[in-house]
Design a protein around this ligand. Sequence first.
Ligand SMILES: Cc1ncc(COP(=O)(O)O)c(C=O)c1O
Length: 400
Amino acid sequence: MDYLDDEPWQKWRNEWDLDGSVTYLNHGSFGPSPRVVQQERERWSRELECQPMAFFVDRLEQQLDDAAKKLGALIGASPDDFVFQENATQGMNVVANSVPLNPGDEILLSDHEYGAVHRIWNQRSETTGAKVVVGRLNLAADSPAQLANEFLAQATDRTRLIVVSHVTSPTATILPVHEICDRAQQRDIAICIDGPHALAMLPLNIAKLGCDYYVASGHKWLSAPFGTGFLFVAKRNQQKIRPVITSWGHSVSGRPHSWKHEFNWPGTRDFSSYLVLPAAIDFLQQVGLEEFRLRTHALAQYARERIVELTGLQPGLPDSPSWYGSMVTLPLPGNAPKKLRPGSVDPLQTFLRHEQKIEIPVLQRNGRRFIRVSCHLYNTTEDIDRLVNALKALSPSFLP
Ligand SMILES: Cc1ncc(COP(=O)(O)O)c(C=O)c1O
């Protein structure tokens, strides 16, 4: 099958209510959900509003169990071993607040971690006296095993935890987390995987991975509603884990104690986003998860080919689905503009957004500029052609 033929995918594209005047190539930051998922969320909210007591007290826990069962089958984890969270950031904060750290202890993060993740651990190091060590990931390593070995060589006998992405945010790289987890376990070092981009983009089997913690967001590649995530905690750590929000800590319907009760009721909220996870999974299963991966990877590969052809700049990663999935980061010519203030974006991103109506992140890294192209079911080769044409039309200072 030719996964670059847009025609058979048109029917799935029609499932989204996207603004037709915008070319949206940023699912990796904020992934909109298909109509059926939005409708399901509205349905749950209406049920809550009709009879809040019946919803919260009689039905909620069973519905959360059902949603967890469905999600557990997708991620390869028992529903007893993970809790719903607003997002990966919340999950990472829980881990940071729970892992016991003493002055002199080390937390090893890779140099490809998400900015907020660095900040979470830097703050934790300030309050505990532990040290954050940023280890280099050698993406040019000959094999995943070599990459894992070189990374783990930066752990010491004071390393208490390793934090590493499954799919990195700035470089869109699939990391060999199996190998990294293996090496961490051999050295008896706890490991937390930051996995928001891996959920749906890659087949997951968290139980087999053997990590201590895994956090993810459903509002990226799974296209679940905004505000859906989970935190997996290996059984050995469940009694020590503490939520960031203290509430009742017990079942609202009188069930026997479980570690999950500390998390399941973070005060009164609209739980509908979590209850819609099964609908988001059903939607992608209807498409076929493998088909979804093949199509979106083909689009990312097409973007890679076209942008490399335009810039003449080779990306650092081999052209293989083992290294990147539905999202690809590509180098752009020239140096990055002078360091940007936190919260401000590269002028090229602003130009593409306002002048060309193309939503796409332009990133800065080690003084260079990169563009990250995300491809979901609503994207087409035409979207990528539009991006390439917009880049082509830029001044000669952009293209050498
Ligand atoms: C690798 C990585 N980790 C964590 C996050 C934070 O995700 P969220 O904002 O859903 O908490 C992101 C968001 O883009 C990310 O790319």
